[in-house]
Design a protein around this ligand. Structure first.
Ligand code: PNW
Length: 487
């Protein structure tokens, strides 16, 4: 019976770690309290409410700015090893610049970090999780390479103030979403539409910013040599739309255009993938541009970026079908450069998020592909999770976690992939960007209608804590009524 088949090796390796994740804008609230400045997400939600499914904002969100001690108790009850959270740039530097360092913002993160450590939980900081200071957007935002300096200034303040207690750092969360959706198709803040040009410039700035922060940390801060700096990319499992050679080639291209564009500079050769350089370069010239729309790294930049990560951060949720679409030259965009179309197989069960289909084998295949392409880096799954509409008996989320964790165990034991950590997204139901509070990813429910924002553990929180304490998957799927009676 498939539902009760246990893997031969269903225990996680001895040093494997578990955590839960959130991001500042999605949970903190207090958007203008104690000196915090305006971010692009504050601006976007306030100015364009119609672009958020429920016209909501994260002005209050989970109110974690005031409720962080309660959050830490939830994390402690889960028994996880670490908590991955992000720091709000404009809480620490309200103007985005060094002219105003907000002690209250630094104090908030010091309090959170100290509370975590007092409860035996390691803090893991994401330096940038999408909330750029609006002032830096006025300079053009990430497509402007001047942002390297400003990002490194911010990272330096974080290393100086928190580096004594924080040993795991993620420079950026999901640069593809930042660039492609923020500056390409304009669906995320700041909502710019400059696909095939501005989005590539954003990629260029982010890679250089990451590399400079990495070197700064290792040259000036990591004195005890205990610290690690990584980079977190989102990636889907890409599956050919048909068995045609053209669709298979499209899958190879999308992997390079969506993941390789970041991973090859940092974990590979130091430069963009050859196929990305060649394709964008050729198309740009044929389209009448003077030079490639893809920025060109100098030899010095390649050397500076190559090898700048101590682990490979992967946010993984789903699979997608890819078809060949070698578009005509009249379209200038990232996807027309990639020459792909994508869709979801109708047989895949869907979460509340339209893009999130339940395809557990995808994570094993993606992990193997990453290892085969970039080598044997330690991989931390920095996010994985499932959205629904907030039900407490969240069997679908439980089964998602069980089947994906099972697939990860196969990657570890059968494909010998060095997966060293697993992070559930998310600790709490929270502000899901343009989907507002409609789709819920939490293993704890939050009542957004109650001013106190009470938290309630879902079934998934209980099951996740059992997995963490046993370090073992007892089964790969559960049936709702049976499992409820197991303990
Ligand atoms: C990630 N997609 O975003 C982010 O890191 C989180 O902040 C977010 O809440 C979480 O995943 C759930 O969405 C993604 O459309 C958003 O493919 C959208 C996609 C992927 C990741």
């Amino acid at each position: 019976d498939a539902t009760t088949t246990l893997l031969n090796t269903n225990s996680f390796p001895p040093n494997f770690t578990f955590g839960v994740a959130t991001a500042a804008y999605q949970i903190e609230g207090a958007w203008d309290e104690d000196g915090k400045g305006e971010s692009i997400w504050d601006r976007f939600t306030h100015e364009y409410p119609h672009r958020i499914s429920d016209a909501s904002t994260a002005d209050i969100a989970c109110n974690s700015y005031h409720k962080y001690k309660e959050d830490v108790q939830l994390i402690k009850a889960l028994g996880v090893d670490y908590y991955r959270f992000s720091i709000s740039w404009t809480r620490i530097l309200p103007t985005g610049y060094l002219n105003n360092i907000n002690e209250a913002g630094i104090q908030y993160y010091n309090n959170l970090i100290n509370e975590l450590i007092a409860n035996g939980i390691d803090p893991v900081i994401t330096i940038y999780h999408w909330d750029l200071p609006q002032t830096l957007q006025e300079l053009g935002g990430w497509p402007n390479s001047e942002l390297v300096t400003h990002y490194v200034n911010f990272a330096k303040i974080a290393f100086e103030n928190f580096g004594d207690r924080v040993k795991t750092w993620i420079t950026f969360n999901e640069p593809k979403q930042i660039c492609k959706l923020g500056y390409g198709d304009g669906s995320l803040a700041p909502g710019y539409k400059s696909s095939g040009i501005g989005d590539y410039r954003c990629v260029y700035t982010i890679l250089k910013s990451h590399a400079e922060a990495y070197h700064l940390y290792h040259n000036q801060f990591n004195t005890d040599k205990q610290g690690k700096v990584g980079f977190t990319m989102d990636n889907f499992w890409y599956e050919p739309g048909s068995t045609s050679r053209a669709d298979e080639a499209a899958v190879e291209r999308v992997f390079e255009f969506y993941l390789g564009i970041f991973a090859n500079p940092i974990y590979g050769t130091g430069d963009f993938p050859q196929i990305v350089k060649d394709t964008v370069g050729n198309r740009s010239l044929l389209q009448g541009f003077e030079t490639s729309r893809l920025p060109t790294f100098t030899t010095e930049e390649v050397a500076r970026i190559k090898g700048t990560a101590d682990f490979f951060g992967l946010n993984f949720y789903t699979a997608v079908k890819i078809g060949n679409n070698e578009a005509d030259l009249s379209t200038v965009s990232w996807d027309s450069d990639a020459g792909i179309l994508y869709w979801w197989d109708p047989s895949w069960p869907s979460a509340a998020s339209y893009w999130l289909k339940v395809v557990p084998y995808g994570i094993r295949k993606a992990l193997k592909k990453i290892k085969d392409t970039y080598g044997d880096h330690p991989i931390i799954i920095t996010e994985n999770g499932y959205s629904d509409h907030g039900e407490l008996d969240d069997y679908d989320r439980v089964n998602y976690y069980l089947t994906y964790l099972s697939s990860i165990l196969e990657a570890i034991y059968e494909d010998d992939v060095k997966v060293v950590g697993y992070t559930a997204w998310s600790l709490l139901d929270n502000f899901e960007w343009v989907h507002g509070y409609v789709s819920r990813f939490g293993i704890h429910a939050v009542d957004f209608n109650d001013p106190n924002r009470p938290r309630t553990p879902k079934l998934s929180a209980k099951i996740f804590s059992e997995i963490v304490s046993n370090r073992t998957l007892r089964s790969t799927t559960v049936q709702a009524p049976d499992y409820a009676n197991m303990n």
